[in-house]
Ligand binder design. Structure first.
Ligand SMILES: NC(=O)c1ccc[n+]([C@@H]2O[C@H](COP(=O)([O-])OP(=O)(O)OC[C@H]3O[C@@H](n4cnc5c(N)ncnc54)[C@H](OP(=O)(O)O)[C@@H]3O)[C@@H](O)[C@H]2O)c1
Length: 337
């Protein structure tokens, strides 16, 4: 099975390449990159010096195609391949939202092919395993939505929560990509923490859409506030919600353990998770806590934004699409400390 990666010179594309180069069932045929076209991947990125993979200026042929381009460019690049029937996995936001008007509102561009949005499958395997297996267009979720949805899914699906939900999330700097900006500049990001997107973040509609799909009776009044933390990788999401009726810690633990029973990559843990416990791995650690009164739920979730929040999750979906065991090529445990 030959795979190609459009844009392997950004952080997501290169970490996806790292995983696919060691995947036992696929061969990376080529990657693309604009400035580095003509070089071998290992020349441009020495940590990926495996097998002399060419960096092309334009995508070639492949059995499965990944795109790690920025939004809008990604859908445009994938359209000809979708039309010819190639299965595609898009790591940008272009196929995540079902509503083209919502896409226009948050991304401030017209979707280049709105009619395809209904065909795309939202690639969160723990929630949509069967749909993903049959997908032709796979929309790989955003990093913050992955952490948030995995934290909240069991309680939301069970109908335990009031609609008012707060998600306070922290991300490492790689979440902003490789391009330099003032707020990711070392001297401004280091030894500093800041909240951003106070007026609304683009991942908000994605979380809303998926929470509502988990429980159509819930119209979530979701507050999502992201923060930039001076570390390279990792997301910690702290989600706060009120129960509709009194619920105990034991009930919640049982619900969460049962919901994620058999999930290779989501572990319900008994103590406050650290982002470092997920570094480089495809795991998400989830820790639900109920207050003494049984009135309030706090769920913490930690993951690596470039792996379970990015390339690792895309490979997990590819495995399902190819009928392979879900964990193939993703067995790496976290590097800790
Ligand atoms: N970072 C994360 O944690 C994360 C997680 C999940 C999903 N995503 C999504 O994954 C995609 C890539 O994110 P990233 O963080 O890897 O970005 P990135 O590191 O900022 O990628 C930047 C690279 O993309 C290429 N590029 C930029 N604009 C382009 C265009 N219009 N056409 C072609 N190539 C272009 C450039 O490489 P060349 O000049 O070498 O071609 C640039 O070096 C985005 O859609 C993002 O939303 C990111």
């Amino acid at each position: 099975m030959r795979v190609g990666i459009i844009n392997a010179t950004g952080y997501i594309g290169m970490d996806l390449a790292r995983l696919l180069l060691r995947h036992p069932e696929v061969e990376v045929a080529w990657v693309t990159g604009r400035g580095a076209a003509g070089q071998r991947l290992g020349e441009y990125l020495p940590h990926l010096d495996v097998g002399g993979i060419p960096i092309l200026a334009e995508p070639g042929e492949a059995d499965i195609l990944f795109s790690a381009l920025p939004h809008k460019s990604s859908a445009v690049a994938l359209l000809p391949f979708i039309k010819q029937g190639t299965r595609v996995i898009d790591l940008s936001a272009d196929f995540r939202l079902k509503d083209a008007a919502e896409y226009r509102r948050w991304y401030e561009v017209e979707h280049p092919s709105p009619s395809l949005l209904s065909q795309a499958v939202y690639g969160l395997p723990e929630l949509r395993r069967a749909e993903i297996a049959a997908a032709r267009i796979l929309a790989s979720p955003g990093c913050y939505p992955t952490a948030t949805l995995l934290a909240l899914a069991p309680a939301v699906k069970e109908g335990l929560l009031e609609p008012y939900i707060i998600v306070d999330a922290k991300s490492g700097v790689s979440g902003a990509g490789r391009g330099l900006t003032l707020n990711t500049h070392y001297s401004e990001a280091n030894e500093s923490v800041t909240a951003y997107a106070l007026g609304g973040h683009r991942h908000h509609p994605e979380m809303f859409q998926e929470l509502q799909s988990l429980n159509p009776a819930l119209s979530p009044a979701l507050t999502f506030l992201p923060h930039l933390i001076p570390m390279t990788r990792g997301i910690l999401a702290t989600c706060y919600a009120l129960f509709r009726k009194r619920t105990s810690q034991a009930q919640i633990e049982e619900l969460y353990q049962e919901f994620y029973l058999g999930a290779e990559f989501v572990k319900v843990v008994g103590s406050s998770p650290q982002t470092k416990q997920t570094l480089g791995s495809n795991r998400c650690l989830v820790h639900p806590v109920v207050d003494e009164a049984g009135a309030r739920l706090v769920v913490l979730s930690a993951l690596d934004n470039l792996v379970k929040g990015g390339g690792g999750q895309a490979v997990q979906c590819m495995n399902l699409m190819l009928g392979l065991p879900e964990a193939t090529g993703l067995e790496t445990l976290a590097i800790f400390p």
